[in-house]
Design a protein around this ligand. Structure first.
Ligand code: MN
Length: 197
């Protein structure tokens, strides 16, 4: 069985005006889809064919001979996770258990926003900003390229894609404006709470 491209969890124009239908058409239909196609080609006829995406990522994470498999598998997983981190009329301060965790860890929502934005802005080149669970702690991290928290024993709670393809059509080089829009208008805190085990 092949790895498949999941549908977006909302219509392509659902995140406008913050992320355009044009961006989602390219980002999901071209970029995400290409990672799926590449991964299926790379694992065809190998022992990884038929494994779950998570199993493929873990198997390839520490194998220098499987860098291409890791990069494509992790990008498939990261993108599916990212789509679910967003929703129409999301963003702003969280509710539920994650609100308590954020206040306890960062002191305030504003401080959390500052640190998350900073992680996204200071990721040099392509990558991802994350809120992760690491043991009993929650923390903000960033990863380059395809790298993903599960390869480091962490559980992803929230991510923002900071590859240029995520924002260039809508924001050109203004990555900070994209980060501000996602954080204040699009984060799906219900999904983040569901990830908090
Ligand atoms: Mn992307």
């Amino acid at each position: 069985m092949s790895i498949i491209l999941p549908d977006l969890p909302y219509a392509k124009d659902a995140l406008e005006p913050y992320i355009s239908a044009n961006t989602l058409a390219f980002h999901h239909g071209k970029h995400h889809n290409a990672y799926v196609d590449n991964l299926n080609k790379l694992i065809a006829g190998t022992g990884l064919e038929g494994k779950s995406l998570e199993e493929i990522i873990q198997a390839a994470a520490n194998d220098p001979g499987k860098t291409g498999v890791f990069n494509n598998a992790a990008q498939v997983w990261n993108h599916t996770f990212y789509w679910n981190c967003l929703k129409k009329e999301g963003g702003g301060p969280p509710t539920g258990a994650i609100a308590d965790k954020i206040n306890a860890t960062f002191g305030s929502y504003d401080k959390f926003v500052e640190e998350l934005k900073n992680a996204g802005m200071t990721q040099f080149g392509s990558g991802w900003a994350w809120l992760v669970q690491d043991g009993n702690d929650v923390k903000i991290t960033k990863t380059p390229n395809a790298d993903t928290p599960m390869a480091h024993g962490q559980k992803a709670l929230l991510t923002i894609d900071v590859w240029e393809h995520a924002y260039y059509l809508d924001y050109q080089n203004r990555r900070p404006d994209y980060l501000t829009a996602v954080i204040s208008k699009l984060i799906n805190w219900d999904f983040v709470n569901a990830n908090l085990a």
